[in-house]
Design a protein around this ligand. Sequence first.
Ligand SMILES: Nc1ncnc2c1ncn2[C@@H]1O[C@H](COP(=O)(O)OS(=O)(=O)O)[C@@H](OP(=O)(O)O)[C@H]1O
Length: 332
Amino acid sequence: MECVEIIVEEEQGDESQEFLQHLPTEIGMGGNLLYLYQGFWCPQVSIKGMMLFQQHFKAQETDLILASIPKSGTTWLKALTYTIVNRSRHSLEKSPLLTNGPHGVVPFLEFDVSSRNQFQEQDKLPGPRIFGTHSPYTALPCSVKDSATKVVYVCRNPLDMFISYWKFSVNIPKENEEHLSLGDAFDKFCQGLHGYGPFWDHLLGYWKASLERPDKVLFLKYEDIKKNNVLYIKKLANFLGLPFSVEEEEQGLIEETSRLCSFESMKNHEATRTGTGPLGIPASAFLRKGKVGDSLNYLTPSMVSRVENLIQEKLQDSGLSFCLSSAFQNNS
Ligand SMILES: Nc1ncnc2c1ncn2[C@@H]1O[C@H](COP(=O)(O)OS(=O)(=O)O)[C@@H](OP(=O)(O)O)[C@H]1O
């Protein structure tokens, strides 16, 4: 597979500053500055980390990369994957997930790394190492794309993802960022002006990769996991090469995993109540409502139909679809 040429050589020096100065910028739907990098709108806060990741991360064959566009179920996927992978290391009651939280046990590659040396330190960690990323598929390092490293992608219907994102940006005020009204934020979302947008291109990159290499890329939808949690925990474990044994199934380990990582349970984990997540944001902000269809409480019918038209236009012939009305009827 051909990989993109890397342009930035120095992670924190003037060269990268200069490089950034030449990229197009826009204010995104969260009121934050975005850079157009390799076809995607990357938040100022993570663009250098994303380039460092692309340039310096050396994947190991046993690595697991959890990918998503923000507000699509990243936190949940991290919790589930960490619990599946580490189930023989400690009992679920003593899981570090309870005290360190999903973002503590599964770091983000672009937020939590500020120098290339950190990747070298991570090289020494015992495998399987699990990392999260919001990078688009095309921006993943060659060592991830060209190796046996497994990638799990989670996406969510665009309406709920949009509302989750907008609520998050309104509730977490940041310096030098204005809050956009729902209508203005929605227009920006439809134009692809949000972290790692356009939404459609982000999804399609991983979707196509999952069709080409189903053994390497698993493509999941938030709504499916919500609807049939046990089935998807099994699917995830099988994909990771760590299937639940008959004894584990009989012991109810899948159901226990589901409960430990459920929205209600995670909301009460010590790490959520008292801890912080990426960028020092309170961990509780990453668990808001956890529902399918909450967006209908905020969006007008014309907004919904605009997104329905976009789904038709952007995903046509891809084999990927979102049936909003049935998803919203069958889930809660
Ligand atoms: N365990 C569990 N079960 C169900 N739903 C969950 C869970 N954990 C997080 N969430 C919901 O996911 C939304 C946050 O998305 P992300 O985790 O992708 O956010 S981030 O990208 O890491 O910032 C956000 O959705 P909304 O509640 O609709 O805002 C979270 O509540």
